[in-house]
Design a protein around this ligand. Structure first.
Ligand code: ARG
Length: 454
């Protein structure tokens, strides 16, 4: 390619460190689409003769068909996907292929390709997140009334409903989707036509190529255009955050499936056995989702560090932008599919959840609230009285609801028999009707609202 300037060829190791075709071949579709848009524009602007443009477009079409059949022949000497396409085009149509690179550079080309690829990736991830939300919603609806323990500090805190718990993840995924949507809106400006770094003297039409490739507009500054990888970093950061949410859900499934909890039974399809312990059923899929989230953070860190010291405009370090983004996309897609499958097929064990929900004096707050409401006791004092009731129940080895009325009245004379109405786990969850609360009526409303927006 640069035989005009160079007398000798590259060292073998130079060729190896320089080549990116092993991974950037994933951009082939975008590279060909970008070249088609560029060629059509060169023709429309009269920069290249119509006959030459027809030959170039015909050749690009042939290459598209070849690559779609998996007939891309990798050659590290040709460095990257851009040179592969250009070289193949020259094989097909001869020296006229050389006119395609008029008024562009691999610098604006790769930025355009990578943005197009990332845009598709965002759309695919959004669909995956939507499928996970649908799965969570279906299970939440099924379990809008199922009582389970709610935890803080992983200590039993107050009873909640399983539907409410699952809907918490629907909210997290909603924010994840909006992060990807934001990233998509910002990335959708076309760098093509920025050329190497300074723009070009040819009378190109950047609005036309931007439009042809589905971008909202061309980018504003040629230096920024070829050196900007914010879109990749935003993708990675949204992916990291989504992965972190998946990891938290995975952790819950792992804990819930552990025998001392016994809240869920793992489906065969998403667990593995042990090669030595015949009784084992391991939550490997959930553990791998949890593990993948660490690698997603690694991808974000890798590209952040690659970019942070780079002066304007393009530097070859930026060729390393693609592996972490491709890896993150693959990891997140797999994690999403596995998590959606698990959520769809997990067998919840409501009896066990309900039994555990009553442990740990989980309705103590309900007793304190009752004292405030029915006896006009200030909350801090009610908290203290309830603490004594918990101590008495603990000493007697029973739950709060099993305490005798005499015992409760002995602690505070203002307590009467009506208190037992609020001490059950069902009464507790049913009472939490504040907006966003765990009461089944609120959970059903939240499910209906989420279904609407989905
Ligand atoms: N393979 C290169 C990359 O991915 C394409 C851009 C090459 N530009 C250059 N000036 N060497 O970044």
């Amino acid at each position: 390619m640069w035989g005009g300037r160079f007398a000798g060829g590259p060292a073998d190791v130079m060729r190896d460190i320089n080549a990116s075709i092993s991974f950037d071949k994933r951009l082939w579709r975008q590279d060909l689409a970008g070249s088609q848009a560029h060629a059509a524009m060169l023709g429309a602007q009269g920069i290249v003769e119509p006959a030459d443009i027809a030959a170039i477009l015909g050749g690009l079409e042939t290459i598209t068909a070849e690559y779609a059949e998996g007939r891309l022949v990798e050659d590290p000497a040709l460095e990257d996907i851009h040179m592969h396409v250009e070289t193949r085009l020259a094989e097909l149509i001869g020296p006229v292929a050389g006119r395609l690179h008029t008024a562009r550079s691999r610098n604006d080309q790769v930025a355009t390709d990578f943005k197009l690829w990332t845009r598709d990736a965002v759309d695919a991830v959004d669909a995956g997140l939507g499928a996970l939300q649908a799965a969570l919603l279906a299970r939440a609806e099924e379990h809008a009334d199922t009582v389970m323990p709610g935890f803080t500090h992983l200590q039993i805190a107050q009873p909640v409903t399983l539907g409410h718990h699952l809907m918490a993840y629907v909210e997290m995924v909603r924010r994840d989707r909006s992060r990807f949507r934001d990233a998509r809106a910002r990335l959708n400006e076309c760098p093509l036509g920025s050329a190497a770094l300074a723009g070009t003297g040819f009378p190109i039409d950047r609005a036309a190529t931007a439009r042809a490739l589905g971008f909202d507009r061309p980018t504003a500054n040629s230096l920024d255009s070829v050196s900007d990888r914010d879109f990749a970093l935003e993708f990675l950061s949204a992916a990291m955050m989504a992965g972190m949410h998946l990891s938290r859900l995975a952790e819950e499934i792992i804990v819930w499936a552990s025998q001392p909890y016994g809240f869920v039974k793992l489906p065969d399809a998403f667990s593995t056995g042990s090669s030595i312990m015949p009784q084992k059923r391991n939550p490997d899929a959930a553990e791998l989702v949890r593990g993948h989230s660490g690698r997603l953070l690694g991808c974000l860190v890798a590209l952040s560090v690659t970019m942070k010291g780079l002066p304007l405009a393009y530097s070859k370090d930026m060729q390393d932008d693609k592996p972490p983004v491709f890896e993150a996309y693959d990891l997140l897609s797999l994690a999403l599919a596995a998590m959606t499958g698990m959520i769809e097929t997990l067998a919840f064990v409501p009896e066990r959840m309900r039994a555990v929900a009553a442990l740990g004096f989980s309705t103590a707050t309900d007793l304190a609230d009752w004292l405030v409401r029915e006896a006009g006791v200030p909350f801090r004092e009610a908290h203290h009285i309830t603490g004594r009731a918990v101590a008495a129940a603990e000493a007697a080895g029973v739950g709060l609801a099993e305490l005798k009325l005499e015992t409760l009245a002995g602690i505070d004379a203002r307590i009467d028999a009506r208190v037992f109405d609020v001490l059950s786990v069902d009464a507790s969850v049913a009472s939490r009707t504040s907006q966003g609360g765990t009461a089944p009526v609120r959970v059903r409303e939240a499910i209906a609202a989420a279904k609407d927006t989905l």
